[in-house]
Structure formats: structure tokens, C-alpha cells
Ligand binder design. Structure first.
Ligand code: SF4
Ligand code: SF4
Length: 175
């Protein structure tokens, strides 16, 4: 259901807080040399990232009933995210987004989408080994790929193994 004026206002305030928080976090990470990857490609509109958005949370939010209730209520009432599952090991909540239309693959409230939707898939660049959805038009490329690729090529690996390692370590850019 499309966001009304009140929900848009609340989401605007939440977005401001999210942007400041993210900006500070990324500044600290940049000072530590992160991310080690750069983003290439573009969005092809496949809609896969909207099919079941996942949100990692802290241990207290995942385990403490009151914090968990607050977080899930916020996501349901404000963001339109309905809980459909969770991953206990990774402390992730998986949602169905009520703004997503699977037929048109469009968001009915794109202008007021949450910060996490705006940041995706840039957030993946901060993982040790970024994993993109297979349909995604974006790709992560290791910033020092060239040197590492040359070393691997000198190692005389069988061609299939070399391709597998290059792909796994994000050392190749898709055409
Ligand atoms: S709010 Fe919009 S952009 Fe975010 S997951 Fe839902 S449909 Fe996708
Ligand atoms: S999965 Fe990637 S290509 Fe598909 S809609 Fe999301 S960002 Fe765009």
C-alpha cells in the first residue's frame, strides 16, 4: 500500500538519522581502508532484492523480546515489512515487503523507500566476500584485482580452477 503523508514524514526523519549514522560509520570504515571492493554495473530492474529484504540486527535486538518486538513493529508499521523468517546463526530477519509488486517488479513508494533500500547493494562491498543475487546487474570488483590476478595466472592453475578462483575472489569484471 502506498505511503500516506504521515508515514512519508516519519520515514523522512528516519532516513535523516539513517544517513547520518551510515555516513559516520562509512567514514570510520574508510579510515580503516574499507571497502576493499568497488561497485560496477547497474540496476537492471529485476526486482530480486525487493522480493524478500533481509535485515541483520544486533544480538540484543534478535534475542530480547521487547527490543525484537519494537524493531519488528517499526518495520511492519512504518516500512511495510512483514516478517516471513529469520536466520538464527546470522541474526537476520527476512521480510515480505508490502510495497513490492511482483508483477510490475516496482516499488509503490519508491520516493519514500527506507535508507537500506537506497544503500543496496553498496552495503555488500563491506563484506569479506560480497555475495550478490545471481540476477543482479551489479558486481563487486576487488580494488587490487590486477596484481592478484597476475600472480594467480603465474601459478599455472588448471583453467577451470583459475576461473573459479578469479570469480570467487571478485578479480574479474563482467563484460
Ligand atoms: S520499500 Fe520499495 S525498494 Fe524497499 S524493499 Fe520494498 S519495494 Fe523494494
Ligand atoms: S537485485 Fe540488483 S539489479 Fe535487481 S533490482 Fe536489485 S539492485 Fe537492481
Amino acid at each position: 500500500m502506498r505511503d500516506g503523508p504521515l508515514r512519508r514524514l516519519i520515514k523522512k526523519i528516519a532516513l535523516l538519522r539513517y544517513t547520518i549514522d551510515l555516513g559516520i560509520t562509512r567514514l570510520i570504515l574508510r579510515a580503516k581502508g574499507e571497502p576493499r571492493y568497488r561497485l560496477t554495473g547497474s540496476c537492471n530492474g529485476c526486482g530480486k532484492c525487493c522480493e524478500s529484504p533481509m535485515i541483520p540486527v544486533s544480538t540484543p535486538v534478535f534475542r530480547l523480546r521487547s527490543l525484537r518486538w519494537l524493531a519488528l513493529t517499526w518495520h511492519r508499521v512504518i516500512n511495510g515489512f512483514e516478517l516471513i523468517g529469520e536466520d538464527r546463526r546470522l541474526k537476520l530477519f527476512a521480510f515480505r515487503c508490502t510495497h513490492y509488486d511482483p508483477v510490475t517488479k516496482q516499488c509503490d513508494s519508491y520516493d519514500s523507500r527506507p535508507g537500506m533500500c537506497r544503500d543496496y547493494p553498496r552495503n555488500l562491498l563491506y563484506a569479506a566476500l560480497p555475495e550478490f543475487l545471481p540476477e543482479c546487474g551489479y558486481q563487486a570488483v576487488y580494488k587490487k584485482a590486477e596484481g592478484l590476478r597476475k600472480s594467480l595466472e603465474r601459478a599455472n592453475l588448471p583453467p577451470e580452477k583459475l576461473q573459479e578462483v578469479l570469480k570467487k575472489l571478485h578479480l574479474e569484471e563482467k563484460e
